[in-house]
Write a protein that binds this ligand. Structure first.
Ligand code: ATP
Length: 361
């Protein structure tokens, strides 16, 4: 099979306005060749607008799009060599699977013999060779999606764009297709951008995740970094779940950072950037980074409200004296059961580095 090795993509200070409203606000992203990057964010954050700018369907208000070191802003969509898989696949229902896959090649005037060979290779890659002659309307959702992917990759795109490609699939098929697309993208070496509002999809599939909010880039990092060290309070709230404990920054610096929580407890934390001693802050800790403690030092006192044995984990909800609810999730050892409601306990973060501090929102 021929390689469709992708090229690097740079979005340089992109701004897009629809009339007076800003949809994309100074976004800069550098995507390496062969990398899969997810654009993740809530509805209206500007993901689709960015994708459409890369594809050339709309022209940005300002900023540059560079593919493989070459500015492509002046090129019409068909000349950009960008493959797209749309949310609804946008297949031609009156054409066969093979005709759909070969469509882009025919439109580019590729020699018929070469086009047929390439189409056959693509169908083999997505394991649909046996359905080449079938009409696409006679296929299942997952099969249609693989045709859409084969069609997008057939033209050997420099960049592959995937716009919420799994939204039409049910949950079990979705996971299969996520793994499948990742495998094909890796094998082909294609640079890919996937738009999604599903954090598990973004964290699971992407080499790096770009988290967007209101047109702004909040964080661009590896999935583990986005989850473990969220750069902003928005990322902390949008990705995963976290306990949010209000307090004051008691000390910050080389001797360690400590937060004086409003309930009186002092806990160590990761040193935040740009926050001075005395600032009103929130200390954010994921449920799996909280533990039941044996003694009160550095721990919050509380009462068990709820304990749930979830097979591999035990989840407790604790209520502190000040009325705050704290969630803990721990691996469950064989034979262990949750604490009874009403039990008095202490809870604390496992490490200082698992506590992320932000200015109070
Ligand atoms: P979703 O997940 O709902 O598709 P999104 O993150 O893809 O959202 P965009 O579609 O890029 O967001 O929209 C970004 C902002 O621009 C939103 O506030 C939206 O209302 C606005 N917008 C999008 N398209 C247009 C348009 N054609 N005209 C005017 N405003 C638009």
């Amino acid at each position: 099979m021929e390689s469709t090795a992708g090229q690097s993509l740079t979005l340089d200070d992109i701004v897009h306005r629809y009339g007076g409203s800003v949809a994309v606000d100074h976004v800069t992203l550098e995507v390496a060749a062969g990398e899969l990057v997810a654009l993740l964010g809530p509805s209206g954050c500007g993901k689709t607008t960015l994708l459409r700018i890369i594809a050339g369907f709309i022209t940005q208000t300002s900023g540059k799009v560079v593919i493989g070191g070459r500015r492509i802003d002046e090129l019409p969509p068909a000349k950009r060599n960008v493959g797209i898989v749309f949310q609804n696949y946008a297949l031609f229902p009156h054409m066969t699977v093979a005709e759909n896959v070969g469509y882009g090649l025919a439109a580019r005037g590729t020699d018929k013999h070469a086009a047929n060979k390439r189409t056959a290779e693509m169908l083999e890659m997505v394991q649909l060779g046996h359905l080449a002659g079938r009409l696409t309307k006679q296929l299942s959702g997952g099969q249609q999606q693989r045709v859409a992917l084969a069609r997008a990759l057939a033209i050997e795109p420099r960049v592959l764009l995937l716009d919420e490609p799994f939204s039409a699939l049910d949950k079990s098929l979705r996971l299969d297709m996520q793994i499948e697309i990742k495998r094909i993208q890796r094998a082909a070496g294609t640079t890919a951008i996937i738009v999604t509002h599903d954090q598990e999809e973004a964290l699971g599939m992407a080499d790096r995740v770009a988290v967007l909010s209101q047109g702004r880039l909040e964080q661009f990092a590896a999935p583990s970094a986005v989850y473990d060290t969220p750069a902003t309070y928005f990322v902390n709230q949008f990705v995963g779940t976290a306990n949010v404990l209000a307090g004051t920054l008691e000390s910050v610096g080389t001797d360690g950072t400590f937060v004086h929580l409003d309930d009186g407890t002092v806990i160590p934390a990761r040193t935040p950037a740009g926050l001075a001693q005395g600032s009103k802050v929130v200390a954010c800790v994921r449920p799996e980074n909280m533990r039941l403690a044996d003694e009160p030092l550095g721990a919050l006192a509380g009462t068990v409200e709820l304990g749930m044995p979830l097979g591999a984990t035990i989840v407790h909800e604790i209520r502190t004296a000040s009325g705050q609810r704290i969630k803990l999730s721990e691996p469950r050892m064989p034979g262990t059961v949750p604490r009874e409601p009403g039990t008095r306990v202490w809870v604390k973060p496992v490490t200082a580095s698992s506590v992320t501090v932000f200015a109070a929102p």
